[in-house]
Design a protein around this ligand. Structure first.
Ligand SMILES: CC(C)(COP(=O)(O)OP(=O)(O)OC[C@H]1O[C@@H](n2cnc3c(N)ncnc32)[C@H](O)[C@@H]1OP(=O)(O)O)[C@@H](O)C(=O)NCCC(=O)NCCS
Length: 224
């Protein structure tokens, strides 16, 4: 969810580079990114989850500062996503520490938040695939999670397209800007990711939430 960027109880030695995908340039945030980010983050759809409204300039500035500080501390974070064909910033995609959900720490989350003008083009999936690849291959993470808020169908769909498995519904504790939330915990291990790369045709879905719910219902029935 990357509400406020990363905080300081997680250290990784490798450094995440700026990268390019087929249609996107993904790079570290810079101070000068505020104006373009403000225009995107002010749109209510972009922060519907978790705030139900767009961000003020001050809130976007705090987000940007936290991202820049997080990159300094941890050497990884969310990238600013730039659509190569227009050279325009379209939001962020990348890795962060899900400090909003202490029960799963230490953990690294893959997340995304894009301008509605470019939704539906597969950019979130394209950028997040690169984040997973770098997280597993360069940072050496054993597992990466994603925690879309319950009801955020587009984000759950992206998780499933990435081959992530639904694990369980979780309760995110309240903070000073919002109440408690319900969210869906998805994970992907390095082994699952490597297996998916070798064996699966692109876009194959494994371990979807509905399959997991079905299998857990079947297990319940076995014990009845
Ligand atoms: C989540 C988000 C990044 C998706 O962006 P995107 O570029 O459209 O994502 P993709 O095109 O890669 O994939 C979107 C998938 O979700 C589906 N989708 C989009 N909107 C949907 C909706 N309202 N309900 C159900 N599915 C939806 C698309 O059909 C697509 O699935 P498909 O591959 O089966 O066609 C974008 O909706 C967003 O920025 N939302 C606001 C920020 C946010 O909530 N971030 C997550 C915080 S945890």
């Amino acid at each position: 969810m990357a509400e406020r960027g990363v905080e300081t109880h997680f250290q990784i030695s490798a450094r995440l580079d700026d990268v390019a995908t087929e249609r996107l340039d993904l790079r570290r945030f810079r101070e000068g990114d505020l104006d373009q980010l403000e225009g995107i983050f002010a749109k209510p759809e972009v922060w519907k989850f978790p705030y139900g409204r767009g961000l003020s300039r001050g809130e976007t500035e705090a987000f940007l500062s936290a991202q820049i500080a997080g990159w300094e501390t941890h050497k990884f974070g969310c990238w600013l996503a730039i659509e190569r064909k227009t050279r325009k910033a379209i939001g962020y995609i990348g890795l962060s520490i899900p400090t909003f959900l202490p029960e799963i720490l230490p953990a690294v989350e893959v997340g995304w938040r894009l301008d509605p003008d470019v939704w539906g083009r597969g950019y979130a999936t394209e950028g997040a695939k690169k984040a997973l690849e770098r997280g597993f291959e360069m940072l050496g993470l054993r597992e990466i999670c994603s925690v879309p808020q319950s009801g955020n169908a587009a984000s759950e769909r992206v998780c499933r397209r990435l081959g992530m498995r639904w694990r369980r519904t979780v309760r995110i504790p309240p903070n000073d800007r919002r109440g408690p939330l319900q969210a869906e915990l998805y994970t992907l291990t390095m082994a699952e990711w490597a297996e998916g790369r070798l064996d699966s045709p692109p876009g194959r879905l494994r371990g979807t939430r509905h399959e997991m719910e079905g299998s857990s219902r079947r297990q319940h029935r076995k014990h009845e």
